[in-house]
Structure formats: structure tokens, C-alpha cells
Write a protein that binds this ligand. Sequence first.
Ligand SMILES: Cc1cc2nc3c(=O)[nH]c(=O)nc-3n(C[C@H](O)[C@H](O)[C@H](O)COP(=O)(O)OP(=O)(O)OC[C@H]3O[C@@H](n4cnc5c(N)ncnc54)[C@H](O)[C@@H]3O)c2cc1C
Length: 480
Amino acid sequence: MPSDATAIVGELSRLLGSEHVLQARSSSPYNRDCSNRRGIEGHADAVVRPGSAEEVAAVVAWCYAHDVAIVPRGGGTGLTGGAVPTHGGVVLSLERLREVRELEPGLWRMFVQAGVSTRDVQRLARENGLFFAPDPGAAEQSQIGGNVATNAGGPHALKYGVTGAWVAGIEAVLAPGELVQVGGWAGKDVAGYDLKSLLIGSEGTLGVITAVRLRLLPAPEAALPLVVFLHTRADGCAAIEAVFAAGLRPSVLDFMDGETLRALAGSYPGPPDAGIPSEAGFALVCEVDGSLEDARAQRAALLELMSGTGPAQAVHEPVDAKALWRWRDGANPAVTAVRGGKVSEDVVFPLERLAEGLERFESIASEHGLRSCAWGHGGEGNVHATVLVDPQREDELDAAEAVGEELFALVVELGGSIAGEHGVGWHKRGRLESQWAARALELHEQIKRAFDPKGLLNPGKKLARYPARSPATSTERNAT
Ligand SMILES: Cc1cc2nc3c(=O)[nH]c(=O)nc-3n(C[C@H](O)[C@H](O)[C@H](O)COP(=O)(O)OP(=O)(O)OC[C@H]3O[C@@H](n4cnc5c(N)ncnc54)[C@H](O)[C@@H]3O)c2cc1C
């Protein structure tokens, strides 16, 4: 095994050419991802940027033969430290794999390399009259390979499902360095165990995705937004359940609580002369889609449900849908600005326990002396549970950590999940232990060993169990 980073760089340069192999200085962006807001950082021995699937296979084969860890990296927008080289080794960036191998609008599908950005996949589909529904928030920077590796969600996952629902097949490099196709264009395929689905959401711990076969849909003719303001979170959660009970199927049913609404009040792009009602304690940000006629009918039904019989305080039909979504995407920076920092966790409550989950989360935060807020994808009970902190105050960061622990316990108690769409990565390693039965955990670990007997693929990430929970290091305690 090469003993140091210089030797690794030298060996890999022989495979890829020296211009595509970097020695990662401590300031290198490849040592972190968007979780660096929490202070998660690593240090790579080398960064490689292969230009083809065959070169990816050659890198994996070399690393596997020499016991060097491999950390696959997409756009680096992950929020749990999944792409951070916490154990050193080689960061394998897919950024040069940007080829669109097939685009067949008549068959509603495309076959793209892993490094194509999410936005380009969406754009290509749209330019051909089609629709790629998954819409995670950092689409300009995130890559389709990263989206598949995290099984990314987004607002439209309510109606259309998460990324994995649109994956027909995957090309991946599996240990010890073989290029393999799983799934494909067959309309139905029940022949073997579903290896494709094991790779979806595996966060780089089972293989390196080099290309993805994606199914698309004809683009809906119209997508119409609606914003519903309610007095209380109980009213809001009851309204979400009422939508399903009425048989309505919005494409988006997001929510914001009162504190989030107050942070965003100044920029609300509602209809002319209609701001956020002063007493609003909860809002639903909805969208319905389909043919224009169908979308209008759905919106009328939703309006009737919310304003006719429901407890809504006000229902708005914003004119500028794009401005509305920009406003909704501004929740993160807006709440951060309140105290200069925040610590956010992505969790899920079963729908019928959402109101209880939100209320108890607020109480937990308040018992620890912190203000909190929450927003997310209400139709799926997916909550970005957030505490507002002064990032310079150690006591508040300690309290935020304690709130997180109690939140995860609460989620498990109520039958939810510790991760809704941002994955487990490094930040939530070992937490599955509280959620799954022992036998299921064992199988999780056996699957990892079957794919990666030497444990070199993204070591330390997505661990089901963590032997002894180490206290967070000081670098993991920051908040923006
Ligand atoms: C502002 C913002 C908004 C966001 N909104 C959403 C949202 O709405 N929904 C959502 O689900 N997420 C969201 N995210 C999180 C993030 O964008 C997603 O997790 C995204 O799918 C990560 O893609 P990436 O290409 O950036 O992957 P990276 O961050 O580079 O990697 C993520 C994980 O996938 C692995 N990986 C990456 N590429 C590959 C590959 N080719 N083969 C094997 N493993 C690979 C990495 O090892 C790592 O474990 C948001 C993030 C930000 C910063």
C-alpha cells in the first residue's frame, strides 16, 4: 500500500493523467460539502476526476488492490457529510462524467452519466416536452448521480415520488473495480433481487454510480399554486389530513410554521395587496397540476375545502408562481438570519402524528432555552426541524445538540424516520440503531459487506450501528 498522499497521487496520475489528479490541500473544497455549516470536514489524500466509466473502474480497482478508501463525490451539496473524506483516502469526483448517452422523447426516457447536473436533467426533459419530477433544492450544483445516491426528494415528491421512483437502471462500478449494469429499459423485471434499489440511496457505500437510466413523464400543461394561512399548527395539520380524506392529490403540499412565516414575512410575493395575515400560525404552500382544465378544477376543490368548511384564515392564489417558489426556498437563509445561526434536522413523522411531533419538538427546544421553527414537506410528514442559535455561543450549540438527540428519540417513538431526504452520511451515522430491529440492522451490515468486503467504499458513512457514540468533535458543533 502506498504510504503517503504523494505516492497515491503519483500512482493515480499514471492512470488518469496528472491534470486530473490533485493533492487536496486543507483549504480544498473537496474536503467538505454543504454540511460544513455544521463543521464537518475531512482530509483527502488525493482527489481524482476520471473522464469515463472505465477510468472510474480503474481508480476503484487500484484503490481496492491497495486498501485505499474511496469517497464518491457528486456536486457536494449533501447536508450530512456523505461526500466528506472523514477517513482520508481518494475523493472520486464524477464532475467530468457529463455525457447524455441517450435521449428518447418518444419513449419518455434518457440515459445520462452521473455528473450531469439535476438542473440539466430537468431542462433537457422540459425542452423535449417532458418532465423530470424530482426537484431537490440545490439543482444547479447537485448531480443526478448524487441524487440517486441519496434518493433525493423535494416538494414534488408528494405526487411523483423521490428520485428512485424514476430510475430504470444504473451503471455502477462495484468492488473490486467492475463496471456493472443493473436494471435497464425492460418495462417489467422481477427476475432477481432488486440490486438497483439497493444502490439507490446507498450514499456511495455500495458502489460508484457512473450513469443512470431515467424515466420521464409528459410535462403537465399547468401547475397552479395556492397558499393557505391557518391560525394554529393543529389547524394546519388537520387541513393536510383533510386534503387526503377529500381524495385530492396536490403535486406539492409543503408547510411552514409561525416562526418560519415571521422570518419570511417581508418577502412574501402573494397576490397584490395581500400580505401574510398577522395572526397566521401556520401555512400550507400547495400546487396542483395537470391539464389546465384539470388543474383549475383541482384548485377550485382545494379552495372550497380550505375556505368553505376548513379553519383557514386566508387562502391566496399567488400570480407569480416562480416568485412564490423562490420565497419558499428562502426559508433556510431567512431563519438563519434571525439569530445568526441555526441547527436543522431532516426527520419524518407519520402524518397522523405530525401535529404532535411539531408541538413536542417546540417544547424540547424551549426546555433547552432555544427558539425553534419548522418547515418542510407536510404531505409526507417530512420536517426540517430547526433551532435558532447564536453560532458564537458554546452553550447554545450544546443545547442544540441535546435537542437533536431528543428529537431523534421522539421521531422513533412516534413511528417516523430519522432521515427523510438528506440521507444519513456522517452526521447521522449509527442512528438507525434506534429505529430498526436488530435482525434488520444485521442484514443492513451484511449487505454492506457483500458489496464492499474490505469496507473501503465511503467508510464511516451510513453506518447502521455506531459502536460507541463519540461526543461530537468541536468541528462538528458549528452552525451558520
Ligand atoms: C440549498 C440546499 C437545498 C437542498 N434541498 C434538498 C431537497 O429539497 N431535497 C433533498 O433530498 N435534498 C436536498 N438537499 C441536499 C442535497 O442537495 C441532496 O442530498 C443531493 O441529492 C446531493 O447531490 P450531490 O450531487 O450534491 O451529492 P454529494 O453531496 O456530492 O454526495 C452525497 C452523497 O452521495 C454520494 N455520491 C454522490 N455521487 C455519487 C455517485 N455518482 N456514486 C455513488 N455515490 C455518490 C456521496 O458519497 C455522498 O454520500 C439540499 C441541499 C442544499 C445545499
